[in-house]
Ligand binder design. Structure first.
Ligand code: 5AD
Ligand code: SF4
Length: 581
């Protein structure tokens, strides 16, 4: 009882070297007998920290858990299984994880069968799993980023053997396809196109926690996106640590521009991508973004620092001048493009002049928004070994000065939107004020406006009345009922029963046999009226002929198919009507 088994532990030197070749594996979901029995009617919750890659992992974990029979709950305290999906990119992300683990202790106290799992990037760091197992006895299972697809096997083993398990491995990583998933949104979706990172920026832990850069096959990406389009999704974001490195591992010329173009051609209303590394941003890519109206003119282009000497120490592979040239090139090819960025202040030994280079770069570029961070040393990265002579106070002061410059630029962009109309994809009632809706413009600006909640997931026109730094206030210009009607029309047209009705109708209208039967029937009906029959008996042969014709007509498969397709379509329309009511 209570024994702990270390199946594998992470190893930073293996994570750095990643000598093995990534494989493509098609996963099959298998639910072991102990897990199947345990999961029946049990509730799960997943707490995710960090970036979109983690959010996508949460959706995949949900996919596996629901295949096993678990049901999702929003109430942490009633969960029988909880997974904490961690981030390692900065120290404060890690501190939040410890708090979250602590909160689940009460679940274990109230329910001896409760299972708490901890996974994600933080578990890929040497020492983390061990520390968690020793400090928090209510944690039952620890796994990493490379074995998310093994969650059901690990749970089966944990339950069958009644042991705590740690299974985290460090290697190049594989590409797993056929992953089950339960998406968190029904109109916005993330689609992974690459995993891992080969850039090894000197401050960053990601190449160690997520493995070598490996691309998914174009066909797999396109198929996933096609399915999303068919389900009526309004927005797809293509994900990767460096989306523009896509395909480099194939050595056959396949590149990110090709992915963008193929997905844009599927007709998704909004296509986004993140993150782009300035180093391999090609002209091809710019032309494709400019060419397709459904590719959002919004590029997240982390600069990290505005100083060439700091960029060199960070291992970023571009200078300040090269970054600014790229910004010019982007703005020339894609007029009106929104640029966003990530910036780190207080990198080891960053001087006042170097920091000022970051400020002047931000003044020049005028970002639409920026994520700003104070440098956080990550154990095992080259920067963590650098001796740092900048005090925490100085770093904090610089951070405040940077935010001020960024906000000046962000506010200017927001102000320039007042008095204009923008397309907004509605997310639903605003988090701060349930009385208003919120959504994002094509350039990712948050807009709040009044409207009915059924507009969630629809793209509407909003006139901007007022601007704040991080949000806009607007007025809905569209008639919500007409927005709903046109979207229902689009949805119905994609339904199988509608498609079958159209096919049956076409077959019916082009059946020369039925046409002929109908003409003969009409002709005979006329005769019945016109001819002066002496007795009822004289009428009988003609009536019989008409009956024969009717029988042939109403029993013809083309006619019968049309009738059954009408019945199916009517029941679909009734369901929609009931839902609306
Ligand atoms: N300290 C602070 N910020 C970091 N980032 C990555 N590593 C660190 C670190 N050690 C930031 C970078 C990156 C973003 C996702 O997180 O700006 O682009
Ligand atoms: Fe980290 Fe640099 Fe890779 Fe981005 S490009 S994930 S910052 S190593």
């Amino acid at each position: 009882m209570g024994k702990l088994i270390y199946k594998s532990l992470p190893d930073m030197s293996k994570a750095r070297n990643r000598v093995d070749n990534p494989k493509v594996i098609f996963d099959e979901v298998k639910v072991g007998p102990h897990l199947a029995k345990f999961a029946k009617g049990k509730k799960y919750v997943i707490k995710t920290f960090g970036c979109q890659a983690n959010v996508r992992d949460e959706e995949i974990l949900s996919g596996y858990l629901e295949k096993a029979g678990f049901i999702k709950t929003d109430n942490d305290r009633e969960a029988d299984l909880a997974i904490i999906n961690t981030c390692a990119v900065r120290e404060n992300a890690e501190e939040k994880v410890y708090g979250e683990i602590g909160k689940f202790k009460v679940n274990k106290t109230n329910n001896k069968d409760f299972i708490l799992c901890v996974c994600g990037c933080m578990m890929q760091e040497e020492g983390s799993a061990d520390y968690i197992m020793k400090t928090y006895p209510h944690v039952s299972l620890v796994f990493g980023t490379h074995n998310v697809n093994k969650i059901l096997d690990l749970l089966e083993e944990k339950i069958a053997r009644n042991k705590k398990l740690v299974d985290v491995y460090s290697f190049a990583g594989d590409v797993i396809e056929n992953l089950p998933s339960v998406r968190l949104d029904s109109y916005k979706a993330y689609v992974n196109i690459t995993y891992g990172c080969d850039k090894f920026c000197t401050y960053c832990i990601v190449p160690y926690t997520r493995g070598r850069e490996r691309s998914r096959k174009l066909e797999e990406i396109v198929n996933e996106c096609k399915e999303l389009v068919a389900k009526g999704y309004q927005e797809i974001t293509l994900l990767g640590q460096n989306v523009n490195s896509y395909g480099k591992d194939f050595h056959d010329g396949t590149n990110f521009s090709k992915v963008l173009e193929e997905v844009a051609k599927l007709g998704i209303p909004r296509l986004r991508f993140m993150t782009s590394h300035p180093w391999d941003f090609s002209n091809d890519m710019l032309e494709i973004i400019a060419k397709y109206p459904n590719i959002m003119k919004c590029i997240h282009l982390p600069v990290q620092s505005g100083s060439t000497s700091v960029l060199r120490l960070m291992g970023r592979r571009y200078s300040r001048e090269e970054y600014l040239d790229l910004v010019d090139r982007i703005r020339k090819t894609i007029p009106g493009v929104a640029l966003t960025t990530d910036i780190i202040v207080g990198f080891p030994n960053e001087t006042e002049e170097e920091f000022e280079d970051t400020l002047t770069l931000c003044e020049k570029v005028q970002y639409d928004s920026a994520f700003t961070f104070i440098y956080s040393p990550r154990k095992g990265t080259p920067a963590a070994k650098m001796i740092d002579n900048v005090s925490d106070k100085e770093k904090h002061d610089r951070f405040v000065r940077l935010v001020k410059v960024i906000e000046d630029g962000v506010s200017k962009h927001a102000e320039s939107m007042v008095g204009k109309t923008y397309k907004v994809l509605v997310d639903g009632p605003s988090k701060k004020d349930k009385g208003v809706l919120s959504g994002y413009t094509e350039s990712s600006k948050l807009v709040n406006f009044k409207g009915p909640s059924f507009l969630k997931g629809h793209i509407v026109n909003v006139y901007i009345n007022e601007s704040h730094t991080y949000s806009l206030i607007g007025t809905l210009l569209d008639d919500p009922i007409l927005v709903l009607a046109s979207s229902l029309k689009e949805k119905i047209e994609k339904e199988d029963s509608y498609i079958r009705y159209i096919e049956c109708k076409n077959a019916f209208e082009s059946s020369s046999f039925l046409k002929q039967l109908k003409e003969e029937m009409e002709e005979k009906q006329k005769q019945l009226v016109n001819k002066s029959f002496k007795t009822d008996e004289d009428l009988l042969p003609l009536k019989k002929e008409i009956d024969e014709l009717k029988k042939a007509y109403f029993n013809d498969p083309v006619y019968l198919n049309l009738q059954s397709s009408i019945a199916d379509l009517s029941s679909l329309l009734e369901q929609i009507k009931d839902n609306l009511e």
